[in-house]
Design a protein around this ligand. Sequence first.
Ligand SMILES: *Cc1c(COP(=O)(O)O)cnc(C)c1O
Length: 478
Amino acid sequence: MKKQIKALEQKAQKLEPSLEECRELSRQTLDYTTNFVESLDEQKAYSLFSDKDGSLEHIPFSEEPRELDELLNYLRTQVDARGLNPASGGHLGYIPGGGLYPSALGDFIAAITNRYAGVFFSSPGAVHIENQCIRWLCDLIGYGPEAGGNLTSGGSLANLIGLVNARDDSGITAADFDKAVIYTTRQVHHCVIKAIKFAGLTDAHIRLIDMDERFRMQPAELEKALQHDTDNELQPLAIFASAGTTDVGAVDPLDDIAGIARQFNAWLHVDAAYGGAFLLTDHGKQKMKGIHQADSITIDPHKGFFLPYGSGALLVKDEEKLFQSQHMSANYLQDTEKATVEPSPADLSPELSKHFRGLRMWLPLQLFGITPFRAALEEKLLLTRYFYEEVQSIPGIEVGPEPELSVLFFRYVPENGVANEFNRRLMDALHADGRVFLSSTNIEGTFYIRLAVLHFRTHLETINQTLEILKTKIRELK
Ligand SMILES: *Cc1c(COP(=O)(O)O)cnc(C)c1O
């Protein structure tokens, strides 16, 4: 048996390349990534891949090893040259992502050392770093010492945990879910509707509160709905307000909504996945006034703090409530209860074994300091206003409301012909060009083009280029 074990050890040894080989693999990888960053200016923001292009090439898994060069080349041609390029400053669609370089280094370190960031007992240091990130976000909100939260994989998961916390705190049980009511607007992110399904709350009533002309929840309408429902023996479960809707960037009047939530003893969740980072700016603070009164808040560091995808956060005003909702013990984890100097992520979310997610946020914040983040966010706000003003000088352009943060929408109204059809073709032409990427939306049957400015690589030149491309495409299509 020993001989057999030794023979297997020999074969399995491949899994541990020599230090020399590790250095060489790292060098090749680093070459790949630095070349990628260096060539970003020449890369498209979008490269359409359609049926006409056939299918993607494929390298099958095999018993035999392959060379890293071959695999990196595959990534270069089959992955990084196709579809949307979220690392490009020309990404001005949906909500742009980020990809700060030191974040990748944080992920790299975390993957090599593989600290177990789920429980304090396993890695007090890793959990401390995660808690430091959460505390920093709580301070940004204006939350008190009882606050806490969890670093999630994204906003969808944060909204789901927030809703489950609201559900558990309400004391409403399954038998009465058909008497529970959730209040929001038509602008709410669709992941909230998914969360309602995952939380088993499809029997609950969803009240879509009327919005004003800028797509913000009308507090008077919310109050009326709550009054009507409570008069009719229904139970408010949660209000889902938005601080920066994905579609049009609307910020609900949080201060007024918080007052009403308190009056009716309803849980207030604010989805600030997109808008939350603007709390670093005076403008954002003013727009989101009152946000600290929310019971729970979603904020996505992979949006406004420019981290790579995979970084969301749920923040709660009262961490004890989140613990009550999410904590569960298991016999085999009894040792971990010895050390609970700080809260553990595993007690505050559905995840157990988890990536040391905090390092990708902690490293860039430490390395760069907060100042450049604030400056970049202020720059994005101004770039959006600049575009809003400049685009109106193109004859035929009709704009939506003044942008509250960094999302706006507009369309071209042709002198003759159907506007929706023209703008659909204009959108297609912009996508086919691909130097910048904008996306579209449908507002009450009208086709609009959206602009979302949030990438740390988007600057004045990008916006000027976008205006030029827009003018050219309109001229060509007329
Ligand atoms: C992006 C976004 C979400 C979803 O977050 P993911 O990180 O994509 O899961 C939810 N709400 C709003 C307002 C968003 O902008």
